[in-house]
Design a protein around this ligand. Structure first.
Ligand SMILES: CC(C)(COP(=O)(O)OP(=O)(O)OC[C@H]1O[C@@H](n2cnc3c(N)ncnc32)[C@H](O)[C@@H]1OP(=O)(O)O)[C@@H](O)C(=O)NCCC(=O)NCCS
Length: 174
């Protein structure tokens, strides 16, 4: 097996800034959730590609929260980084911020967590480099990623609850 050099989360940092145009809004004038998901998916995919240097596909959307409505004309910044790399899959964390263009202040409105898999030309999964978290937040997200992976695999029917070392207590009753 080829040794791969670990990479830091900052090496995959991807920042995407968008403006909420009338076509992006729902019937109450706020950013349409599906539009936000499109921006999230693309930004996260670029972060995953920057980490592994391969073509990637979305394997799962593990979590999305719509904490605050985002108004038409808002300037929205999406910041994505790899939060953990496994064998062929990577978890990507996306923070969604709304910017006050007068003061420059950014407020976090949403977050999303996705899983991407590196693939070859036939769609077969390929190994990805390990991740070496650096900041306290990166370390916290790295640690909790294993729980999210196991939950995602259980929900997808790819893992039995009793095999989930991090979650057994939640699922398996004595
Ligand atoms: C994602 C995909 C490549 C996985 O292929 P596969 O043949 O099932 O391969 P594996 O079982 O070896 O899984 C590959 C990795 O994905 C991970 N994975 C698959 N489904 C997952 C899920 N729901 N949640 C978290 N991880 C998942 C596996 O755990 C494995 O990770 P690891 O190698 O780091 O341990 C394949 O299912 C696929 O091509 N899906 C369609 C992708 C797509 O079209 N995306 C666009 C969405 S509209």
């Amino acid at each position: 097996m080829t040794f791969m050099q670990a990479k830091s989360p900052s090496q995959s940092l991807t920042i995407n800034t968008e403006v909420v145009l009338p076509n992006d809004t729902n019937h109450v004038g706020n950013l349409f959730g599906g539009k936000l998901m499109q921006w999230v998916d693309i930004t996260a995919a670029i972060a995953a590609q920057r980490h592994c240097g391969r073509v990637v596909v979305t394997a799962a959307i593990n979590h999305v929260s719509f904490d605050n409505p985002i108004k038409q004309n808002s300037v929205v910044t999406l910041e994505a980084k790899v939060s953990r790399a496994f064998s062929t899959s990577m978890e990507i964390y996306v923070d969604v911020l709304v910017e006050n263009t007068v003061t420059g202040e950014k407020t976090k409105c949403n977050e999303a967590i996705l899983t991407f898999v590196a693939i070859d030309q036939n769609g077969a999964p390929l190994p990805v480099p390990p991740l070496a978290p650096e900041t306290d937040l990166e370390k916290k997200r790295f640690e909790s990623a294993l729980r999210r992976r196991q939950l995602s695999l259980i929900l997808a029917g790819r893992m039995k609850p009793e095999e989930a070392s991090e979650l057994k207590a939640l699922f398996v009753q004595d």
